[in-house]
Design a protein around this ligand. Structure first.
Ligand code: BEZ
Ligand code: FE
Length: 329
């Protein structure tokens, strides 16, 4: 279709009050209903933002320069836009919308930029961090479905920093992966491994996002945590983390990832456990029972939540391929 021949109202004499409907009109020949809906709402909210703040040209130029710098610092191993999304709470918000969890299942949280595809597949009981300065930690976990049945053969990706608060990829001179591993749950849904006690650390803050945090009077710290990612066909992909109780940054995480249900209190390895798992009595112990939702369960809940949320806004929608679009028929 020739875009100059499409039937749209003439765009002239645009004003503060009519420019939004005109931009929506000129975009309205988009044949993809979901993309059309997203662009329409983006334009409405961007224009409302400018009208409501009475945005000055100088301020918008500062915004454009900030976004330019954010793009310029990105490399294969540095994703500043994800960091920006994280510190604005958008990553957590999108994950919560896209992966809703029923009350009896494990909640998700931010992925962050430090997951890699180079972790070694380890066996239960193996050591995943070789940092001798870290405090030894025994981790005993299970993974079940919402009915409480163990799930066998779940691929679990786990990653944490070393005792200095750096991921392996943040050391330019590293020999290979460390502080990360892949395990598979056994027939009882159990997986266990040896690690180090997580420590708080700053997100990368030597770029535009760090400067923004400083301007906002915010620190760049994340509370002590260990990341977990669960994959098994038929189950919703779960990206989550466990946070240590009473961490100084528990209530001011730079990326808003902490949830009450993901906070764990470390205990001490008993004499029996020390003998059974081959670790020192009295060393730190972390236990957690993860619960996965089925793919169908998650899709149904996402559709139900979408309908309810948009009904509240007075919008008639239908769900197409799991996502809402305006119901115009
Ligand atoms: C992380 O936990 O690895 C992380 C999350 C968001 C931004 C930076 C780091
Ligand atoms: Fe992290």
């Amino acid at each position: 279709m020739d875009p100059s021949k499409v039937d749209i109202p003439p765009l002239k004499d645009l004003t503060i009050d009519n420019i939004t409907e005109n931009v929506i009109a000129i975009n309205s020949n988009n044949p993809d209903p979901r993309f059309k809906y997203i662009l329409e709402r983006l334009v409405v909210h961007l224009h409302d933002f400018a009208r409501e703040t009475r945005l000055s040209t100088q301020e918008w130029m500062a915004g454009i320069q900030f976004l330019t710098k954010t793009g310029q610092i990105c490399t294969d191993v540095r994703q500043e836009f994800i960091l920006l999304s994280d510190i604005l709470g958008l990553s957590l918000l999108v994950d919560s919308i896209d992966h809703p969890k029923p009350p009896n299942s494990t909640e998700g949280t931010v992925l962050g930029p430090f997951h890699t595809h180079e972790a070694e597949v380890l066996s239960h009981g193996d050591l995943m961090s070789h940092d001798e300065n870290g405090d030894p930690l025994l981790v005993l976990c299970t993974v079940r479905d919402v009915q409480g049945r163990p799930i066998e053969g779940v691929k679990i990706d786990i990653w944490e920093t070393d005792s200095s608060g750096k991921y392996d990829v943040q050391h330019p001179d590293r020999d290979g992966p460390d502080g990360r591993c892949i395990l598979k749950s056994d027939a009882e849904g159990v997986f266990w491994f040896k690690a180090i006690v997580p420590v708080p650390y700053p997100i990368p803050h030597d770029g535009p996002v760090g400067q923004l945090l400083k301007k906002l009077g915010r620190h760049p710290m994340r509370p002590s945590h260990m990341h977990f990612m669960f994959e098994k066909e038929g189950f919703d992909h779960l990206i989550t983390a466990l946070y240590l109780k009473n961490d100084p940054y528990e209530t001011s995480d730079a990326v808003f990832g902490v949830k009450n249900s993901l906070i764990v209190e470390l205990s001490k390895v008993s004499a029996d456990q020390a003998a059974k798992y081959g670790v020192k009595e009295g060393s730190a112990l972390m236990t957690y029972d993860f619960v996965l939702v089925t793919e169908q369960g998650s899709a149904d809940l996402r559709a139900q939540n979408s309908r309810k949320a948009l009904e509240k806004l007075g919008r008639r929608v239908k769900i197409v391929k799991g996502l809402p679009v305006p119901d115009v028929d």
